[in-house]
Every structure is written in structure tokens, then in C-alpha cells.
Design a protein around this ligand. Structure first.
Ligand SMILES: CC(C)c1onc(-c2c(Cl)cccc2Cl)c1COc1ccc(-c2ccc3c(C(=O)O)c[nH]c3c2)cc1
Length: 228
């Protein structure tokens, strides 16, 4: 019983999610043939920077987001960027990119100076997302729900964010029932992934600290969004 408004909302968000992707010429750089830890780190930094730009554009298309307090918009983007990028890169793995980016992306992540203690949970997450076989509407809405998390640091008007997130959760819940009728727990499993994302986000903070200790440089955009 998805209403007409909810269908319109889902279409806006899914179209925006599909429209805002890393440009193919940037994604293709993953296929170049240098595989040193240094080269991998530089390429992943380029991917992440491009992905953040794509994420900012996508977020502007979330109905109601631009009506939030300007500083809260920034706080939501900073607080959710890593989680949104885990979701997006997870979809690259589960989509089994035809252009073979999947294997190459995995290879570069595994050999970019990330310690094994973070690699294991990261790829377990990628596997658990792949097993959900989300349709693109679910992927777009799950990313939107993640961005609209009210309890990020420095968010002032949490109620306003909560109202928006609840609207999106209601659509996502109905969509899950429609798309996975044989699995009544599917929506709950999706929300369980959001908990896993928070844990990965904490690991990511340590990954950044370790890269910085080894004198790795990030781009100005990543320094701004990750306060590094
Ligand atoms: C600063 C660097 C070293 C970093 O720090 N933490 C992480 C990091 C890591 Cl290593 C894992 C998860 C999240 C983050 Cl932020 C990263 C690298 O982040 C990314 C972000 C996004 C892609 C990514 C997205 C889409 C596509 C795509 C398509 O859509 O067609 C094709 N190729 C894609 C590549 C890859 C790597």
C-alpha cells in the first residue's frame, strides 16, 4: 500500500542515486597497471574524493534536505560520508561490475596500507550486503536513511532530521515487503546493516589515523569532510 506521494518520493531518490555516480573515466583509473601500496592509496583517494562530490550532489536531491538548517546539512554530510561510501562501494562489489572493477577495487583496498583487523570486517560487510540482493530503489533509500541519521555530532534540530528519516523509513519498509514477500524479516535485516556501518565508521577513524601516521596525504575535500 505504497501511496502515490511515496512512489513519487522513491522515484526522485532512485533517479538521483542512479544519476550521481563516479564518472567512468575516474572509475576506469582503477584498471591502470601500477599496484604498489602507494599507487593504490592514491587511486583510492581519488575515488573517495570523486565519491564525496557525487554524494553531495545526490544529497541535494533528497526532498526536504535543503530545507534543513544549513549547518545541520553539513553535519549530516560529514557524519554520514564514510557510511554512504561503504554502501556505495558495497554495491560495486555486489553488482559484479562488468568492467572487472570489482576484483581490481578489492585488490587495491587490500593493498593500500589498511591493517588486516579492518580489512576482515570490511569485506564481511561487503559480503553481507551482496547477500541481500537489494534492488536499486532499496539501495538508494538505504543510503538516504543513512544520510538522514538524526544523532550525528553537532546536529542542532534533530527532530527535523528525524521527521525526514521516518518518512524515508516508511517507504523503505513498504518497499521491502513488496520486493521480498517471502522474507518478512528483510526490512529488519537491512536496518541491521546500518548498525554494522556505524562499527565500520569507527574502524575508519582508526584507518585514517594510521595512514596519517605513515604520512599519507588526503585531498582538501576529504580533509574537510573527515576533519583530518
Ligand atoms: C581516502 C581513501 C584511501 C579511502 O579512505 N577510506 C576509504 C574507504 C574504503 Cl577503503 C572502503 C569503504 C569506504 C571508504 Cl571511505 C577510501 C577509498 O574510498 C572509496 C570510495 C568509493 C569507491 C568507489 C565507489 C564507486 C565506484 C564505482 C561505480 O559506482 O561505478 C566504480 N568504482 C568505484 C569506487 C572506492 C573507494
Amino acid at each position: 500500500e505504497i501511496t502515490k506521494e511515496q512512489q513519487a518520493l522513491m522515484k526522485i531518490i532512485t533517479d538521483a542515486y542512479n544519476r550521481h555516480q563516479i564518472p567512468q573515466d575516474v572509475a576506469k583509473k582503477l584498471l591502470q597497471d601500477q599496484y604498489s601500496a602507494e599507487e593504490n592509496f592514491l587511486l583510492l583517494t581519488e575515488m573517495a574524493t570523486s565519491q564525496v562530490q557525487v554524494l553531495v550532489e545526490f544529497t541535494k536531491n533528497i526532498p526536504g534536505f535543503l530545507s534543513l538548517d544549513r549547518e545541520d546539512q553539513i553535519a549530516l554530510l560529514k557524519g554520514s560520508a564514510v557510511e554512504a561510501m561503504f554502501l556505495r562501494s558495497a554495491q560495486v562489489f555486489s553488482r559484479k561490475m562488468p568492467s572487472g572493477h570489482t576484483e581490481v577495487l578489492e585488490e587495491r583496498i587490500r593493498k593500500s596500507g589498511i591493517s588486516e583487523e579492518f580489512i576482515t570486517p570490511m569485506f564481511n560487510f561487503y559480503k553481507s550486503i551482496g547477500e541481500l540482493h537489494m534492488v536499486q530503489e532499496e539501495q538508494a533509500l538505504l543510503t538516504t536513511v543513512t544520510i538522514l541519521t538524526p544523532d550525528r555530532p553537532y546536529v542542532k534540530d534533530q527532530q527535523a532530521v528525524e521527521r525526514l528519516q521516518e518518512t524515508m523509513l516508511d517507504v523503505l519498509r513498504k518497499l521491502c515487503v513488496l520486493q521480498h514477500p517471502q522474507e518478512p524479516q528483510y526490512f529488519a535485516r537491512l536496518l541491521g546493516r546500518l548498525t554494522e556501518l556505524r562499527t565500520l565508521s569507527h574502524y575508519h577513524t582508526e584507518m585514517l589515523a594510521s595512514w596519517r601516521m605513515n604520512d599519507h596525504k588526503f585531498t582538501p575535500l576529504l580533509c574537510e569532510i573527515w576533519d583530518v
